[in-house]
Write a protein that binds this ligand. Structure first.
Ligand code: AMP
Ligand code: MG
Length: 433
């Protein structure tokens, strides 16, 4: 069967099929232990509960004086209350005495409140004379006291499994005294390029040859997604070489991404080889531009792969993406489909779907209306509102150069041939804004 005879799937249907095929990593089997300092951007695999109350002790939220509210409740500038300072308590030290009527302790932010005191008077509302403090205004009862366990108690769930760890989560883990933690292992993603015409960037070009840029783009994209790329190089358009590469890739990776060889040409062998290896092909073509020839396949047989911690063989099945060869099509199909598949597989429970924004387009956007069309460009912040500026130059799938420095893809649905300047357009975010 050739691709022209196959009904093209809509982008939405293709996305639904792909996401449905993705099995997230296993919370018991697919984990590894990492130090807190290397946990950034990893996915937490085991929920974390606090074993301590927080704050651990009643402590002061301000620099000032720890007092008994009863003593100072009527204090004013005209009639200050004078208290004897019996102790100074910096942060990190245990108070030595109990505050009795008529007494106060000098205290600093974060320091433990001494027994007997129940309120902090900030130093701005006092005047000091040697070992006496004049309280110049009545505080509120218990003012500026951070009570033990007022933020959370021992046993409180702090972080759930399946969240991505960034600065705030890592700080919470530090406070919960988790110097090491369970995270999902990184998904392994095998990448190779197909084509007799391809050479690596360090090779001189013979007539007819081109540089394999896809492998490098995909390696960067996979790394950014938090997965681990396994680079298999350039594979010739020869059935034997392709069969070997694909068999190796599916045995050693959770996801395989190849580029090229999935179209209708005489040398496009990928689909046939996938079938000969027992793959079930779910998608052969998608109604999008660029990116029409797109193969998505799974392998019903379970392949074994090595567990990162215990070095034992574990069963897993691979999801295969045969992306088109054209460089722009590779990037666009990765951003539209592969990225969310990797994220879902990685164990993250939320936030793996592509992010679309609705913004005004500065430029005219055109399509033939036959396929869902993706045009690359940049979101510029203008008076606090994002505006899409289409990249200049060709938007042919074979062109690459004007994709550099873009951060969004404008999406023209099927049937929409024109978006006029100032009209709103749906854009897919593909990079930092
Ligand atoms: P194919 O899908 O194999 O027919 O390739 C489509 C087009 O993309 C051809 O012009 C190829 O030369 C080009 N191409 C294929 N693979 C790559 C690659 N890895 N890097 C850059 N261009 C490629
Ligand atoms: Mg090719």
């Amino acid at each position: 069967m050739i691709k022209d005879e196959i009904a093209m799937l809509s982008v939405n249907d293709a996305e639904a099929i792909i996401l449905n095929l993705v099995q997230p990593l296993d919370a018991q089997r697919d984990i590894e232990v990492v130090d807190l300092l290397t946990a950034d951007n990893r996915i937490l695999a085991t929920p974390v509960t606090s074993s301590l109350d927080f704050p651990h002790w009643d402590n002061s939220a301000m620099d000032g004086y720890a007092v008994r509210y009863e003593d100072v409740q009527h204090a004013s500038a005209e009639q200050p209350v004078i208290l004897e300072i019996i102790e100074e308590i910096p942060a990190g030290y245990q108070p030595q005495s109990t505050i009795q009527p008529g007494q106060a302790a000098r205290i600093f932010t974060g320091a433990v409140i001494p027994a007997g005191a129940d309120t902090i008077v900030i130093q701005e509302k006092t005047r000091r004379e040697e070992n006496r403090v004049f309280i110049l205004a009545a505080p509120q009862a218990q003012e500026f006291v951070r009570h033990k366990a007022s933020f959370y108690q021992a046993g409180t769930p702090l972080l759930s499994a399946g969240i991505r760890l960034n600065a705030a989560e890592i700080a919470v883990l530090a406070v919960a005294q988790c110097p090491q933690l369970n995270v999902y292992r990184r998904p392994r993603v095998a990448i190779f390029s197909t084509g007799d015409e391809l050479v690596t960037p360090d090779q001189p070009l013979e007539p007819g040859q081109i540089v394999d840029s896809n492998q490098y783009a995909l390696a960067a994209l996979v790394k950014q997604s938090g997965a681990e790329p396994l680079l298999l190089g350039i594979i010739k358009d020869e059935p034997d070489a392709l069969q070997k590469a694909i068999a190796y890739a599916i045995a050693n990776a959770d996801i395989v991404i190849s580029s090229g060889g999935v179209s209708v040409g005489d040398y496009d062998y990928v689909d046939k080889i996938l079938e000969s290896l027992g793959a079930k092909i779910h998608i052969r073509a998608v109604g999008m531009k660029p990116g029409k020839p797109l193969t998505v396949a799974t392998f019903p047989t379970q392949h074994s792969c090595t567990d990162a911690i215990n070095r034992v063989s574990i069963p897993h099945s691979s999801l295969y993406f045969g992306l088109p060869g054209n460089p722009a099509a590779v990037l666009v199909t990765f951003w539209r489909f592969v990225l969310s598949a990797i994220k879902k597989l990685s164990g993250v429970t939320d936030g793996w779907k592509p992010i679309f924004l609705k913004v005004r387009s500065r430029d005219e956007l055109r399509s033939d209306g036959k396929r869902e069309t993706y045009l690359w460009g940049k979101l510029h912040l203008i008076d606090g509102v994002y505006e899409f500026h289409k990249a200049g130059g060709s938007h042919s799938s074979g062109n690459l150069i004007n994709l550099a420095q873009t951060n969004a893809l404008a999406v023209l649905p099927i049937g929409k041939t024109l978006i006029s300047p100032e009209e709103k357009v749906q854009v897919l975010q593909i990079g930092y804004l």
